[in-house]
Design a protein around this ligand. Structure first.
Ligand code: PEP
Ligand code: MG
Length: 884
C-alpha cells in the first residue's frame, strides 16, 4: 500500500513533490538536528486521493494518520484530547511551491472543554489557556467550518465595550469562558451543528479543509498568476504546538538570515513577546526588530544566530525563518529560501561566492532576470519639494506616483481605465491580490516588513511602504489623515519604497544606478554567454544609455520613429500625401539631411559597434491627421455656411485620407511594400545612411522589413546597392555594409532558404511574426480577448511577451535552419519585444541565434538571461554526455 503519511523524523528523505515544500523542509530540519517541534506530513498524493474520493479521506489514509498520531503522542508524552496531558497541534498546508498566505492554518487544535481545563492547570494560567481555546474556536470555525470571523469579532468588540476593556490581555479566564460559550452558539447557529469537541474529529475536519482549500478562489488565482500547476495538490503538516504566548519568556518571530531589501549580511526580522505566530504575520501588533531580542533573551538570540548560519550553510541560500520561544526554549517552525528584492538577490549571490557557499555559475543562476528591472527602477531624491505625508517601513524599493484608492476592486477598475493608482489599506490580505497587481504601489498603516503587503509587493517588484502608524484611514469618508494633512480618494501621492517615505503630490523620481554587485554579476555573465546583446534604439540618447548598460550594438533602429518629432511631421505628411512626383521629391529632399544627421548621431554614439537600420516600416495611419476630427471640422464649417479656402483644403485632405485608408493597416501598405511602390523613399534613406557612414567609417547593416517573398528582397537589395555605389562614387570611398531582412511573416520563415540568397543577415521580428502566425492583431488582441485567454489558460502566457515556442518558435527554428542551409554563416538575431524576455532568450540560445536585441533598460537583464541560458545549455550537454 502507498505511504501517504510521513513523520518529520523519518530517516529517508521524502521528495518535495510528495511532502510539499514545508513538509520536506521540516523533515530535513529535523534530520540535521534542529529544534523542530515533532509532527507528521500527509502527502500531496493524499490530497489528490481526497479529491478523487469525492472530497472525503480514503480509509487507508485515515488509518495511517491514526498511526502517525499515536507515534507523535508517544514522542511527546502527551495525548490528543488527553484530559491530563493534552497534546495540541497545528495544521498547516504546504504545497510543492511556496504560496504565501494562500492557504489556511489552524492552531491549538485539540482544545475542548476538558483539555482547556487541563491546560489551565498545567500552565498555571487559566487566562492563557482559555484565551488559546477561544482563539482555536474562532480560527477553526472560520477556516474549517466556514463561519465568518466577523461574528466572533463583533461579539468580542461588544464585550470589550460593555466592560471597558481596551486590549485583549485585560480579559480574564472567566471573560474568555463566557465568550467561548457565545462563540459556540455562533458556530451552532451558522454551521448548523455544535462545535466539535472530539479532537480526533477536529483533526480530520481540519485536514480535509486544507485539502479543500487547494481549490479555493485565492489559491486558484495565485496559481494562475504564478503559473503553478493545479494538479500538484497540497500536503498537510500536523505539528505539535509550542506556545509563544506563555508570558514574557515566550515569543514568536520571523527573521531573514540576511536583509531581504539590501542583501546586507545581518539578521533581519521581527519578533513579538508573548504572542502567537499569526500576530506577527497579520501585522496587527507592530513587532520589535530582531536585534532587540539580544537584550530581551540573550541566550535565545545567540542560539538563533548560530542556527541561522547553519541553515544558510546547509541550504546554500538566504533563509526566511519562523521561530517560537516557549518559556525560554527556542523552536524553529519553518525555514525556506527567503524572497528578496533584486538588489538584495544580487548582493547575496555575490557575497555567497566570496564566502565560498556558491560557485559563480550557481550565483548567476540564482539571479531572477525577470526581476532585474527593479535595479534600474526609479528612486526619490533625499530632498524634494513636495510635503512629506508620512513615513513608514521601506518594504519594497522603487518609486511610484498615483492617485489614492482604498480598495483592491477600485485599484483594479482604475487600472483598467489606464489610471495609475496607489492602493492604501490598513493592511492587506490575500483577497487584495488583484488590487496589488493593478496598483503602482502599496501603502499600509499597519504591519511590518514581513506583513502580507510587504512580502507580496517585494515579490512583484512594486514599491511598498508599510506600517505608517500615524496614518488613519476613514473608509466611510474615503479619506486618510496623517499629522495635519487630510487627503481624499483620487488625490495624488508619491511613494518612495526604498526610503519608506510618502509625499503629497507627484514628487520627481531619480534615475537608479548600477551597483558594484550588479557590475560583478554582469562581468560573470559576459564571461559565460554566447548570445550577443544588442539594443533597439532610434535616438542617440537611448543608444548611449544602452551602451552604458552594455549593449554591443543596435539590433533595430526603427527609422519611422525618427519621423515622429513635431517639426518633421508636416514634411512626412507631405511626403505621404504628395499628389505629384515633384511634391514627393521636395518632401524627400527636405527629409534627407535630417535623416543623415540622425544616422551620424547614432554612428557616433555607437563608436564602431554594429548598427542595424531598418528602412521605413510605417503603419501609415500613425502619420496622418485624425479623420474624425477633420470630418467634424468640415461639417461645422458647412453648417455655418462657411466657404473660406481652408474648407476646400480640408475637403481635399479628407479625400486623400479616404484614398489612403486601409481596413487593416497592420497588414497593409507597410514595410517593404511601401519601398516597392515608392522606391524613392527607401532610396533617400539608404543614401542618408551611406553618406553618414562615409563620414564616420561606420559599417551599417541595412534591414528590409516585412519581406514575405524573395523577390521583394532582391529588388530592395538592388535599390540599396545602387545608392551605395552612387555614394561611393560621389565621395570616392569604399563602403562596408550588409543588407539583410526581417523575418516577420510565416512565409518568410518557410522560404528562408530562398530569402537567404539575397540576405546577409536575418532578424526575427517576433512582434509581427506573433501577430501573423496567430492571426492576432497586435493593436487589438491584448485589449480584447488575450487577457481572458491567459486567465482561462487557453494560452499559458501572453505570446506578445514570451515567445510561443510551439508555433512562432518553430517558425524561428525553421527560418534559422533553412537560412543556414543556404548560407552556413548567416547571422541571425531577434528584435521583437521577446528579445528582452528571459524565457524567450533561453529559447534564442536553444534555437542557435547569434544575438538578441531589446530596449535599453532591458539590456542588463538580457545579458544575465543569456548567460543563464548558456550555463543551462552546457549543463544539459554534460548530462547528455553522462547518459551516453
Ligand atoms: C517586430 O515586428 O518584431 C519588430 C521588431 O518590428 P515592429 O515592432 O517595429 O513592427
Ligand atoms: Mg515588425
Amino acid at each position: 500500500m502507498n505511504a501517504f503519511v510521513f513523520p518529520f523524523s523519518e530517516e529517508k528523505a521524502v521528495s518535495k513533490e510528495l511532502a510539499g515544500g514545508k513538509g520536506a523542509n521540516l523533515a530535513e530540519m529535523t534530520r540535521i538536528g534542529l529544534p523542530v517541534p515533532p509532527g507528521f506530513t500527509i502527502s500531496t498524493e493524499a490530497c489528490l486521493a481526497f479529491h478523487e474520493n469525492n472530497h472525503a479521506l480514503p480509509e487507508a489514509i485515515e488509518q495511517q494518520m491514526k498511526q502517525a498520531l499515536q507515534d507523535l503522542e508517544e514522542t511527546t508524552g502527551k495525548g490528543l484530547g488527553d484530559p491530563e496531558k493534552p497534546l495540541f497541534v497545528s495544521v498547516r498546508s504546504g504545497a510543492v511551491v511556496s504560496m504565501p498566505g494562500m492557504m489556511d492554518t489552524v492552531l491549538n487544535l485539540g482544545m475542548n472543554d476538558d483539555t482547556a481545563e487541563a491546560f489551565a492547570e498545567q500552565t498555571g494560567s487559566a487566562r492563557f489557556a482559555y484565551d488559546c481555546y477561544r482563539r482555536f474556536v474562532q480560527m477553526f470555525a472560520d477556516v474549517v467550518l466556514g463561519v465568518e470571523m466577523f461574528y466572533f469579532e463583533r461579539e468580542l468588540e461588544k464585550y470589550r465595550e460593555k466592560y471597558g476593556f481596551t486590549a485583549d490581555p485585560e480579559l480574564q479566564a472567566d471573560d474568555w469562558k463566557h465568550l467561548i460559550r457565545v462563540y459556540k452558539e455562533i458556530v451552532e447557529e451558522h454551521h448548523g451543528q455544535p462545535f466539535p469537541q472530539d479532537p480526533a474529529e477536529q483533526l480530520r475536519l481540519a485536514v480535509e479543509a486544507v485539502f479543500q482549500s487547494w481549490y479555493n478562489d485565492r489559491a486558484v488565482f495565485y496559481r494562475r498568476v504564478h503559473h503553478i500547476d493545479h494538479s500538484l495538490g497540497t500536503a498537510v503538516n500536523v505539528q505539535s504546538m509550542v506556545f509563544g504566548n506563555m508570558g514574557d519568556t515566550s515569543g514568536t518571530g520571523v527573521a531573514f538570515t540576511r536583509n531581504p531589501s539590501t542583501g546586507e549580511n545581518s539578521l533581519y526580522g521581527e519578533y513579538l513577546v508573548n504572542a502567537q505566530g499569526e500576530d506577527v504575520v497579520a501585522g496587527i501588533r507592530t513587532p520589535n526588530p530582531i536585534q532587540e531580542l539580544e537584550q530581551a533573551m540573550p541566550e535565545v538570540f545567540h542560539q538563533f544566530r548560530e542556527l541561522s548560519v547553519r541553515l544558510e550553510q546547509h541550504y546554500r541560500d538566504m533563509q526566511d525563518i519562523e521561530f517560537t520561544v516557549e518559556e525560554g526554549t527556542l523552536y524553529l517552525l519553518q525555514t525556506r529560501n527567503g524572497k528578496r528584492t533584486s538588489q538584495a538577490g544580487m548582493k547575496i549571490a555575490v557575497d555567497m561566492v566570496e564566502e565560498k557557499i556558491l560557485t559563480k555559475e550557481e550565483a548567476l543562476l540564482r539571479i531572477d532576470a525577470d526581476q532585474m528591472h527593479q535595479l534600474l527602477h526609479a528612486g526619490i531624491a533625499e530632498e524634494v519639494d513636495q510635503p512629506l505625508l508620512t513615513k513608514g517601513l521601506p518594504a519594497s524599493p522603487g518609486a511610484a506616483a498615483g492617485t489614492i484608492v482604498f480598495t483592491a476592486d477600485e485599484a483594479a477598475e482604475a487600472s483598467q481605465r489606464g489610471e495609475s493608482v496607489i492602493l492604501v489599506r490598513s493592511e492587506t490580505t490575500p483577497d487584495d491580490i488583484h488590487g496589488i497587481i493593478a496598483a503602482e504601489a502599496v501603502l499600509t498603516s499597519r504591519g511590518g516588513m514581513t506583513s502580507h503587503a510587504a512580502v507580496v509587493a517585494r515579490g512583484m517588484g512594486k514599491a511598498c511602504v508599510c506600517g505608517c502608524s500615524d496614518l488613519h484611514i476613514n473608509l466611510e469618508e474615503e479619506t486618510l489623515r496623517a499629522g495635519a494633512h487630510t487627503l481624499k480618494k483620487g488625490d495624488m501621492i508619491t511613494l518612495d519604497g526604498a526610503g519608506g517615505r510618502v509625499f503629497i503630490g507627484e514628487a520627481e523620481r531619480t534615475e537608479p544606478g548600477m551597483s558594484d554587485e550588479l557590475q560583478q554579476i554582469l562581468t560573470w555573465a559576459d564571461e559565460r554567454r554566447r548570445l550577443k546583446v544588442r539594443t533597439n534604439a532610434d535616438q542617440p540618447v537611448d543608444a548611449a544609455k544602452a551602451v552604458e548598460f552594455g549593449a554591443e550594438g543596435i539590433g533595430l533602429c526603427r527609422t519611422e520613429h525618427m519621423f515622429m518629432e513635431m517639426d518633421r511631421m508636416p514634411i512626412v505628411r507631405n511626403m505621404i500625401l504628395a499628389d505629384t512626383e515633384a511634391e514627393r521629391s521636395e518632401a524627400l529632399r527636405q527629409l534627407e539631411p535630417l535623416q543623415r544627421q540622425d544616422f551620424e548621431g547614432l554612428f557616433q554614439e555607437m563608436q564602431g559597434r554594429p548598427v542595424t537600420i531598418r528602412l521605413l516600416d510605417p503603419p501609415l495611419h500613425e502619420f496622418l491627421p485624425d479623420k474624425e476630427a477633420l470630418l467634424l471640422s468640415i461639417a461645422e464649417k458647412k453648417w455655418n455656411n462657411y466657404a473660406g479656402g481652408d474648407l476646400a483644403e480640408e475637403e481635399k485632405l479628407l479625400e486623400q485620407l479616404r484614398h489612403l485608408e486601409e481596413e487593416n493597416p497592420m497588414l497593409g501598405h507597410r514595410g517593404c511594400r511601401l519601398g516597392m511602390t515608392n522606391p524613392e523613399i527607401y532610396a533617400m534613406q539608404a543614401r542618408a545612411v551611406f553618406q553618414a557612414a562615409a563620414l564616420s567609417s561606420a559599417e551599417p547593416e541595412i534591414m528590409i522589413p516585412l519581406v514575405g517573398h524573395k523577390e521583394e528582397l532582391r529588388r530592395m537589395r538592388k535599390l540599396v546597392e545602387a545608392e551605395a555605389a552612387a555614394v561611393e562614387q560621389a565621395q570616392g570611398v569604399k563602403l562596408v555594409y550588409k543588407i539583410g531582412t526581417m523575418i516577420e511573416v510565416p512565409r518568410a520563415a518557410l522560404t528562408a532558404d530562398a530569402i537567404a540568397e539575397e540576405a546577409d543577415f536575418f532578424s526575427f521580428g517576433t512582434n509581427d511574426l506573433t501577430q501573423t502566425t496567430f492571426g492576432f492583431s497586435r493593436d487589438d488582441a491584448e485589449g480584447k480577448f488575450l487577457s481572458q485567454y491567459v486567465e482561462e489558460e487557453v494560452l499559458p502566457r501572453n505570446p506578445f511577451m514570451q515567445i510561443d515556442e510551439e508555433g512562432v518558435g518553430r517558425l524561428v527554428e525553421e527560418g534559422v535552419r533553412l537560412g543556414r542551409k543556404t548560407k552556413p554563416d548567416l547571422k541571425t538575431g531577434i528584435c521583437g519585444e521577446h528579445g528582452g524576455d528571459p524565457a524567450s532568450i533561453d529559447f534564442c540560445e536553444r534555437a542557435g541565434l547569434d544575438y538578441v536585441s531589446c530596449s535599453p533598460y532591458r539590456v542588463p537583464a538580457a545579458r544575465v538571461a543569456a548567460a543563464q541560458a548558456a550555463v543551462r545549455a552546457r549543463l544539459r550537454e554534460e548530462k547528455a554526455t553522462v547518459l551516453r
